[in-house]
Design a protein around this ligand. Structure first.
Ligand SMILES: Cc1ncc(COP(=O)(O)O)c(C=O)c1O
Length: 415
């Protein structure tokens, strides 16, 4: 008996959240719309990044198709391909990235483009800032004045300011809304996220000047979220497995880069910060992307075995449900989207963004607090995205039970 008590005491000090009397199992497992103070910090972190757990159902359905066994003797070396500029990029992963982009038609990723792998596209964002702000080919030897302003149009992805200013670099500095940047000859970096996190709209660069460089964050330019209208072909594009296949925990992203010097400096950043990127993750990602592409190339494959079809249907159903609830209430509104022809799905489609950018109407000025305190719905407030407090961002990528609970609580609001 004493031994059990000791073990329980030990476990409860390691994992206090599971032993708190106030925490329901539900809010621990699925905390996005949870309510308990003791898990607040964890909740805010999870809710902040739009955990794509919706995709678990799809990968459960595929059985062992995407399984991978790595013997103890494999993936031991630091090196993946010493003949490649990005020597820590696994050739199998690179090949599957190019294959998937060719299949979907959402980006030009032929052999004349450099692929740089990163620990999530979050690391690649920092690598891109470093590369653009230090390449003499980009802004000249003086770097074009220091620190370079980094901007993005409001509402912007809330991690951009934090990631830009984390190290208080003398090379670049967060300068807020792209529209507030005075157009002139001064160098700058603009981040364009399209479709946009948080509001789902398609975006292009806001600052029209030849003296800036643009990072295109295309995390959501996949057919489950928006129409694929043409292959993107920008100088520097970022993609992530997190929002493409839902494997956020694999921590893998890739950049497609035109300029060799910029690619080399991005590579340098990753080399110095983490001496490359997990080979285990890259091999797993190669297998996952291969499974996705294979299913599309199999004539007889059913729609539910096709990732983009599964995810698009789920997103469409969720958006329809959400719009019905919003239409029945005077308290909220959502952005209005126009349909476009999707070359991949071969039909007209509305966007079904990964986040709902919800606006509190009437006299609710702080939408985040209103939803959290009165209705136990956790969201991320507009100010994190450079916008006003009447807006909040809500993840549409959570597990079905969480999404259903959110809809239930939202429907119950009666003003
Ligand atoms: C627009 C955008 N870019 C990048 C990321 C981060 O991706 P990763 O998980 O690859 O670091 C996210 C995650 O939410 C995102 O929304």
């Amino acid at each position: 008996m004493l031994r059990w008590k000791t073990i329980l005491f030990f476990l409860s000090s390691l994992f206090p959240v599971f032993f708190s009397k106030n925490v329901s199992l539900y809010s621990v497992i699925s905390p996005t719309y949870g309510v308990n103070e003791s898990v607040r910090v964890k909740e805010e972190e999870e809710e902040a990044c739009g955990d794509p757990t919706m995709y678990e159902k799809f990968w459960r359905q595929t059985g062992n198709a995407a399984e991978l066994v790595i013997p103890g003797s494999q993936t031991m070396s630091y090196f993946s391909d010493v003949t490649n500029l990005c020597w820590f990029l696994e050739p199998k992963f690179a090949a599957e990235i190019r294959r998937l982009h060719r299949l979907v038609g959402n980006a030009i990723a032929g052999p004349d483009r450099y692929i740089i792998v990163g620990t999530g596209s979050s690391q690649l964002f920092q690598a891109a800032l470093f590369a653009l702000s230090t390449s003499p080919e980009v802004f000249g030897h003086g770097g074009g004045g220091r620190p370079l302003p980094v901007v993005s149009s409001v509402p912007y992805y809330s991690s951009y300011p934090a990631a830009t200013d984390l190290l208080q670099s003398g090379l670049f500095r967060w300068a807020g809304d792209a529209r507030s940047l005075k157009e002139g000859d001064k160098p700058y970096i603009e981040v364009v996220c399209s479709p946009s996190n948080p509001d789902g709209l398609l975006k292009t660069a806001s600052v029209s000047s030849n003296s800036g460089k643009v990072i295109h964050d295309l995390a959501y330019y996949w057919p489950q979220y928006t129409a694929i209208t043409s292959p993107a072909d920008h100088d520097l594009m970022l993609f992530t497995a997190s929002k493409c296949t839902g494997h956020a925990g694999m921590r893998l992203g890739w950049a497609i880069v035109k300029n060799r010097e910029v690619a080399k400096r991005m590579m340098k950043f990753i080399e110095v910060s983490t001496i490359g990127v997990s080979k285990d993750s890259q091999l797993r990602a190669a297998k996952i992307l291969k499974t996705v592409s294979d299913q599309y190339e199999l004539e007889a494959a059913e729609d539910f075995t096709k990732l983009f079809h599964f995810a698009r249907k789920t997103m469409r159903d969720r958006w329809q449900t959400l719009r019905l609830v919003i239409a029945a209430s005077d308290a909220f509104s959502l952005p209005v989207f126009q349909p476009q022809y999707c070359n991949f799905m071969k039909e007209n489609t509305l966007p079904f963004p990964a986040f709902a950018w919800l606006k509190c109407e009437q006299d609710i000025d702080d939408c985040e607090s209103f939803l959290r305190q009165k209705h136990k719905i956790l969201t991320r407030g507009g100010k994190h995205f450079g916008a006003d407090a009447k807006h909040v961002r809500i993840s549409m990528l959570d597990r079905v039970e969480t999404f259903d609970m959110f809809i239930e609580r939202l429907s119950a609001i009666d003003l």
